[in-house]
Design a protein around this ligand. Structure first.
Ligand SMILES: *Cc1c(COP(=O)(O)O)cnc(C)c1O
Length: 431
């Protein structure tokens, strides 16, 4: 107990030291920090809605201004004409997901993009129609795969194979690899989350992808919680397709335009069918309005509609920040924040007679920056933290997620959180 008290006493000093050595600490100034009770909040919900880059306001304002001043001519005039605005984020997105610029496109929304991509990549037939997903999949993704199976005339009860996590919410790699081997003959598609939204567990995507390839099964990933959170090499891993939203770690704003990845190996495969819209037509002939679709190169041909420029503008602001980053330093800070928080929570847990469970795996490369805890009093703890200006979130009924984000969270933020968690458990901790 002595040690634990010493540890708590030194925690904020320790945090300050780490902040002093943090090469990325100035990035926080590029973001607007929300306020509660007239004070900056301590924000741990960047995994749900990333904070606003200050530049986003100017970039969005700029396009509103262009709309006012140029009207329809803004499509082809101005500094960043709308007709080609999406090109401004391609390189940056490609860098973030480890792809070639031709393999990515900013478009639509996550759920609808997954449906569009499944229109291409889920082509079931009587003997090979099943879809393998994880049991703890996000609700929207569950609805996607169920409704896709039904749309193709299959009974979702038989068509969806759910891989079960262990009793600690962890999806063991062995279970996934074995499930693929067991069901390979009937599997038409594997769709997994790169980082699980509840547990914060990162999957070893490359290994799972290799297993899928071994059995010739198409594999796609939902990267909602992975993009901007963990290192990705979608091209080198050979993943067939992926989709993500841009309002979590990519900080592009609520409901902002999403993104897709389609591996180069599929770009000229005429056996693959795509759902088409005019934005997937080559730029050069798009506005000729021909009856014959002339497909754009690369992932662009999956685009359907002219994109929402206001959210592309805020995405551009955010992507510019990422484009400047040294990712080795960024992910090193992510690991350091994670470890600092995880260690502290583990100590509280130990000294509070296991008042809660930590469900995020600690091993390297099995997590991003999120740490999730599970406890009966989760709603109470969340309210308590909120009363102390700390924002985190509850996954009903009993899980709280904390996501210290390397771009705008400090080690001090973590020490503030940890001390308040301790205060909440005071009776238990200091008994
Ligand atoms: C956030 C999230 C979504 C949200 O889908 P939208 O279409 O953007 O509303 C879907 N799937 C996962 C895994 C998510 O984390």
């Amino acid at each position: 107990m002595e040690n634990f008290n010493d540890y708590l006493q030194n925690l904020s000093q320790e945090a300050k030291k780490k902040d002093d050595n943090d090469i990325l600490k100035a990035y926080k100034n590029q973001f607007s920090i929300p306020q509660l009770n007239g004070k900056d909040v301590v924000y741990f919900s960047g995994n749900s809605l990333g904070l606003s880059p200050k530049k986003a306001q100017a970039y969005v304002q700029n396009e509103l201004q262009n709309w006012q001043n140029l009207g329809v001519e803004g499509h082809f005039t101005g500094e960043f004409p709308w007709a080609t605005y999406e090109q401004n984020v391609k390189e940056g997105l490609a860098k973030i997901v480890g792809a070639k610029p031709s393999e990515v496109a900013a478009m639509g929304s996550l759920t609808s993009n997954l449906h569009f991509l499944m229109a291409t990549f889920y082509r079931p037939h009587a003997k090979k129609f099943k879809i393998l997903v994880e049991k703890n999949i996000f609700s929207s993704d569950a609805y996607i795969v169920q409704s896709q199976a039904e749309w193709h005339g299959f009974d979702a009860k038989y068509a969806i194979i759910y891989v079960e996590p262990n009793e600690n919410h962890i999806l063991e790699e062995k279970s996934t690899l074995e499930a693929i081997a067991t069901h390979h003959e009937s599997l038409a598609l594997i769709l997994l989350g790169g980082v699980n939204f509840i547990s914060g567990q990162a999957l070893e995507m490359n290994k799972i992808c290799a297993q899928a390839k071994k059995y010739g099964i198409t594999i796609g990933f939902d990267l909602a919680h992975a993009v901007g959170n963990i290192p990705l090499s979608l091209h080198d891993w050979g993943i067939d397709f992926a989709a993500w939203c841009s309002y979590k770690y990519l900080n592009a704003g609520p409901g902002a335009i999403a993104g897709i990845f389609v591996h180069e190996k599929h770009h000229t495969n005429t056996d693959l069918k795509i759902l088409k819209g005019w934005w997937g037509n080559r730029f050069e002939s798009r506005f000729n309005m021909n009856r014959i679709f002339e497909e754009a190169e690369g992932a662009d041909k999956w685009q359907l509609s002219n994109p929402d420029i206001l959210s592309l503008a805020s995405l551009r602001a955010s992507i510019e920040i990422f484009s400047d980053l040294d990712f080795d330093i960024y992910f090193a800070k992510s690991n350091a924040l994670f470890s600092f928080l995880f260690d502290a929570l583990a100590k509280i847990k130990e000294n509070s007679g296991n008042a809660f469970q930590i469900i995020t795996p600690f091993e390297d490369s099995k997590h991003g920056c999120q740490v999730s805890i599970k406890l009966k009093q989760a709603p109470k703890l969340l309210n308590y933290l909120h009363s102390k200006n700390i924002i985190a979130d509850l996954r009903k009924p009993d899980i709280i997620r904390f996501a210290p984000v390397p771009l705008y969270n400090s080690f001090e933020d973590i020490s503030v959180l940890v001390l308040e968690v301790c205060n909440f458990f005071k009776e238990l901790v200091f008994k």
